[in-house]
Design a protein around this ligand. Sequence first.
Ligand code: SF4
Length: 328
Amino acid sequence: MPEPAITRLQSGGLITNYVCSSACAHCSYRSSPKRDKAYITADEAAANFAACRRLGCRSMHIGGGEPLLRPEGLKDVLRAARQEGIAIEYVETNSSWFKDLDTTVDLLKELQQLGCDTLLISIDPFHNEFIPFAKVKGVLQACRRAGMGIFPWVMEFYDEINRLDDQTVHSLEEYEKAYGPGYLADVQSRYWVTMCGRAVDTFGPLRARQSAAEVLRTAPRSCPRLLGTGHFHIDLYGNYVPPGCVGLTVRREDLGKPLAEENYPVFRTLLARGVPGLHESAAELGYQPTREFAGECDLCADLRAFLATTAPDRFPELAPVEFYTVDR
Ligand code: SF4
């Protein structure tokens, strides 16, 4: 059986930073103001774009953390994309940086000249816990004035957010009070929540949970999703992140090459034997489950957190380590 490798890339995103002005309850990356303050350099961005282009990717989106915490850094990233022949589909933003219409319109026009013609603007109760809606509406208005494309994510939430005071923030508890008990549980089906990162903490308790033993009894004996390349990410440290499996990475320089067992023991175990295989390895190192789990991805994340904090040097693919240590 040939060694697994990531040989073709379909579409994905570049992560400029993990630090963020928000700490949303659904965030797959556990981004927050507590994370490493680093921002991707122009050279690192160019190397990421070049690696993705070599494997067939022709366009990507840009996300974070919050890419517009450093507008000059984002401009360098857009220049790197143009230099490496990668088209930019959209830049994601939470609008927290909005101050006034004129300066925002000027900034958007500069971004357009550098190849960004669309902003994905976050519109949901999770961001509204940290960002007043007036800022979001300000960015929407500035986009219309500058002729910047708008990808509202998710417009369906606009009216229910806008009914609350737009000059301040509102907790998820306030939304439950305003729209009834079960509002948060209902949001799951209205928003594409991926059960990883902080979403596991927020939505895990709202789902059916089982003991580790019960999860292991029915868990798939392989995780083919790890080799999926439709919505991958590559971050400021040169880590490739498979879709939906945040905290598990492949080094940029290993893309397109066989992933050797000695360098990727967790990746290889999950691919070959699924979460039950990973549980065996973690149990040998003393892992003991301390709670119930909302499915195999929840248990997988707990096993990986144990390995990343117990033997970080043995599992460098569990990165960035902050994903497992900050916020817990
Ligand atoms: S079990 Fe782990 S490796 Fe498999 S899909 Fe879920 S998070 Fe990814």
